[in-house]
Design a protein around this ligand. Structure first.
Ligand code: GDG
Length: 454
């Protein structure tokens, strides 16, 4: 396995340092595949800048840290990965930066990953590379180790060809990806966009989702990622978490309808449109601070990257305005928390929320939507979900919205607040079926099975 991060990260506590689990869906999806397999190796960054440290063992598999310096972090991670590729692949919601120094660092770090993996993999081994930080690795690795079976999975969307071809290094990235035997995408649209970009840039023939080039074939497939449903549902049933959920609910005012948003603080997640819709519903008297409250968790994220400070200022200004205009003494109408929480606390929040607001302008999948559904064993609760998420392909029974259409979003939020339990239950049942069927371990096993037949 090769990913930007290891499944654990190094944190310092005073004079000592320890390993703690890395946050996020990727780790919970992949850890079960690796667990208890002493031949398996995960290569990735340990979360602190510096040179490569010693390999170590976690959960019965090996972790091999890849060193990334402070300067490379700025150019490779904050620069090319998160200020060029991330915005470009999310419909250029903020203008991507195209800087040659960022590209040089991206190439250098990708070469280091490829060399590390080439040195670790046994003859004929299977290698699975993850996400936009490492798109050159499949090609580099193929050159160094033609004996390997190479898979790549993109966790974010692949943009329309018209946007993708802005990238000055579009050919190098495509050549990198085509080093893989199987490229996995979250949605059929992502797979189509990739195939169109490949044909346009390389002239390679694509038959269905099979790309033939230079005597080799690369398959493109759709593999929507799932969550660790068993773990989330287990937490949601635990007495401690249920008690905590009741406490939070009481503190908000148990007669009020609770709306919830949980996101990394990122301009792709549509936090601003959600707040605007809520503010207008309050202003029009369609909702009131007496009967509803919005809780918005905004996990701190990429604060050094251009665009993130701006979205934070905009969100915080809007929260202040809404509370100033519509809050009641002792009862703010928006609870905004720019903090990171333990998973148990998040699950307690999913449990107490009547309406979950997931309104990204663009999102590869969105695991939060699936986590909410996994917690609702009583089949109550309404999910308002953007059409521009990968999750909307599977959770068709959600209240689907276009986040660019504020009136449509307002109507959906108002309807969700007034939805009867009977109506909500039908939709929730259908969504729970999807979340229990396509779990993270099944997603990983499905991908790897397909890779073995490539
Ligand atoms: C990328 C793609 C794709 C959030 N706050 C806290 C916390 N979280 C956890 C959530 C969820 C995860 O982070 C976020 O996953 P998302 O899928 O919503 O979004 P991205 O981080 O953008 O993930 C995305 C994903 O990769 C997987 O392929 O779905 O489209 O953009 O699991 O629960 N977790 C904890 N504390 C928090 O405060 N512990």
């Amino acid at each position: 396995m090769a990913a930007n991060r290891l499944p654990v990260k190094r944190v310092r506590e005073g004079d000592t340092a320890k390993w703690v689990p890395s946050p996020g869906g990727l780790v919970s999806a992949l850890r079960p595949v690796m667990s208890g397999n002493p031949d398996a190796v995960w290569a990735g960054w340990a979360g602190v800048p510096g040179s490569e440290s010693e390999p170590f063992e976690v959960d019965g598999f090996q972790c091999h840290p890849v060193g990334i310096s402070q300067g490379e972090l700025q150019l490779f991670y904050e620069g090319f990965s998160n200020a060029t590729l991330w915005p470009l692949f999310h419909d250029a919601l903020v203008p991507p930066g195209y800087h040659r120094t960022w590209w040089d660092a991206y190439r250098t770090v990708n070469q280091r990953y490829a060399a590390t993996v080439a040195g670790l993999a046994a003859n004929g081994a299977t290698v699975w590379i993850h996400d936009y930080h490492l798109m050159l690795v499949p090609g580099l690795l193929r050159e160094a180790r033609p004996d390997l079976r190479i898979g790549f999975f993109l966790h974010i969307p692949f943009p329309a060809r018209e946007l993708y071809i802005q990238l000055p290094w579009r050919t190098q990235i495509i050549n990198g990806l085509l080093g893989a035997d199987l490229i996995g995408m979250q949605t059929p649209l992502g797979a189509d966009n990739l195939c169109r970009a490949v044909t346009h840039i390389t002239g390679a023939k694509t038959t269905g989702k099979l790309i033939r080039r230079n005597g080799r074939a690369t398959q493109v497939g759709t593999f929507p990622i799932g969550i660790d449903t068993e773990r989330i549902a287990g937490l949601a049933a635990s007495p401690e978490v249920l008690m905590r959920s009741g406490e939070i609910r009481d503190s908000l005012g148990s007669h009020r309808t609770v709306l919830l948003g949980v996101d990394r603080l990122d301009y792709t997640k549509g936090i601003e449109v959600r707040l605007r819709a809520f503010r207008e519903l309050l202003a029009e008297g369609r909702l009131s601070a007496d009967n509803c409250v919005l809780v918005q968790i905004a996990e701190p994220s990429r604060s050094q990257v251009t665009g993130y400070a701006k979205v934070r200022r905009a969100v915080e200004q809007m929260v202040g305005e809404v509370n100033g205009d519509f809050g009641v003494m002792g009862h703010p109408v928006v609870h905004y928390l720019h903090q990171s929480y333990p998973l148990e606390e998040l699950v307690a929040m999913y449990l107490m929320a009547d309406v979950m607001l997931v309104t990204p302008l663009r999102d590869g999948m969105n695991l939060v939507a699936k986590e909410y559904v996994a917690c609702r064993s009583g089949h109550t609760g309404v999910l308002v979900l953007s059409e521009f998420t990968g999750a909307a392909q599977e959770l068709r029974a959600a209240e689907l919205i276009n986040p660019h259409d504020i009136e449509g979003l307002k109507n959906a939020v108002e309807a969700a607040v007034h939805r009867t339990d009977k109506e909500a239950k039908k939709a929730m049942r259908a969504m729970r079926k999807a979340v229990h069927t396509n779990t993270a371990p099944r997603w990983a096993a499905g991908y790897l099975d397909r890779l073995e037949t490539c």
